[in-house]
Design a protein around this ligand. Structure first.
Ligand SMILES: Nc1nc2c(ncn2[C@@H]2O[C@H](COP(=O)(O)OP(=O)(O)OP(=O)(O)O)[C@@H](O)[C@H]2O)c(=O)[nH]1
Ligand SMILES: [Mg+2]
Length: 310
């Protein structure tokens, strides 16, 4: 995604424009006044234009990023703020043109510059909340994972606290936070590993999705919506992690119910893994792994590679 520059607050923008204009000089009073207004106009125009252009165009945005931005920032609010900034830019252009005309017609230079500055300041102040909103959005967008769209991707899902981050550490170089409580992971976490086939290296992307609860879409919160977005828009394969020890705080039945619901909703290959086999192994026919002892990790990696067709 494009790099968005830091969005300055309204006072800073005005200050920068006026400071630049202060340096303008011309022996001719009229020309000097016109140049001052032009400098302010140009500075403001260039900042605001850069802000608006640097945000991704929502129509061409990959659906995963669209959803992630919508969840964390809100697309409607973002569009509104960008619209307001563009409005302010045009308004400042018009006002500057108007005062330049007045000066050319012979109205008092100093008064005209003062009035133009006053009106431009007030326009920029009117969009100060939008500038703040865009800066907040920028920070959130900047912290989004740089997912490589198009790489063979396994998305790891399951109930909270079942050991997804621990598995991601075992499978890749990623170092996600592991903790004995649910919802430690609240966004998508990326990891990669490589596999060599016929003398060619293939990169495989593994994504840990935040914990999901078995409940209707309408009640899924922002954290869970990201998991669903990763399943719908990114996954070629799902690794469904179950904790049969129930130390995670959820029953095995709840976890298998979620698995059934995902199977009904999604037509992707699913690998089911029961984790924490160092503590307990069920009789169910599925892969058994332990992030503690390392049991089954090699087999899981192999299954991932096979299912991704690498
Ligand atoms: N005994 C044992 N404990 C494990 C194993 N895997 C993970 N744990 C523990 O389970 C707890 C949760 O692990 P995480 O990897 O943070 O689980 P998660 O699914 O990423 O959790 P959230 O991000 O909160 O949804 C931690 O206390 C881990 O140490 C395992 O194979 N055996
Ligand atoms: Mg986690």
């Amino acid at each position: 995604m494009a790099r968005i520059p830091k969005i300055e607050p309204s006072d800073e923008l005005i200050d920068r424009a006026f400071k630049k204009a202060k340096k303008v000089d011309d022996p001719n009073k009229k020309k000097k006044a016109i140049k001052k207004i032009q400098t302010v106009r140009k500075t403001i125009d260039s900042y605001l234009n850069q802000y608006v252009k640097s945000f991704p165009s929502f129509d061409n945005l990959h659906p995963l990023y669209y959803e992630l931005i919508d969840v964390s920032v809100g697309i409607d609010g973002l569009k509104k703020s960008l619209g307001a900034i563009d409005w302010a830019r045009e308004k400042c252009d018009t006002i500057s043109g108007m005062y330049i005309k007045k000066i050319r017609k012979g109205e008092d230079c100093e008064n005209m510059v003062k009035s133009a500055y006053g009106r431009i300041s007030s326009i920029i102040h009117r969009v100060s909340k939008d500038l703040e909103h865009l800066e907040e959005a920028r920070k959130k967008i900047r912290n989004m994972p740089s997912i490589e769209i198009g790489l063979p991707t396994a998305v790891m899902v399951g109930y909270p606290n079942v050991g997804k981050s621990s598995l991601l550490r075992r499978l890749s170089q990623a170092k996600p936070k592991i903790a004995p409580y649910p919802f430690t992971t609240t966004g998508l976490v990326l990891g990669h590993f490589s596999v060599t086939r016929k003398y060619t290296d293939h990169k495989i992307q593994v994504v840990e999705a935040p914990g999901l609860l078995d409940r209707p879409i309408s009640r899924r919160n922002k954290v869970e919506r990201q998991a669903m977005a990763a399943i719908y828009h990114l996954a070629n394969l799902i690794v469904f992690v179950i904790d049969p020890t129930q130390y995670c705080g959820y029953t095995t039945e709840e976890q298998y119910n979620l698995l059934e619901n995902i199977k009904n909703e999604i037509s992707l290959p699913i690998i089911v893994v029961e984790n924490k086999s160092d503590i307990y192994r069920s009789d169910r026919e599925c892969l058994k792994v332990s992030c503690e002892s390392g049991e089954g990790i090699f087999e899981l990696k192999d299954e991932i590679i096979k299912n991704l067709g690498v």
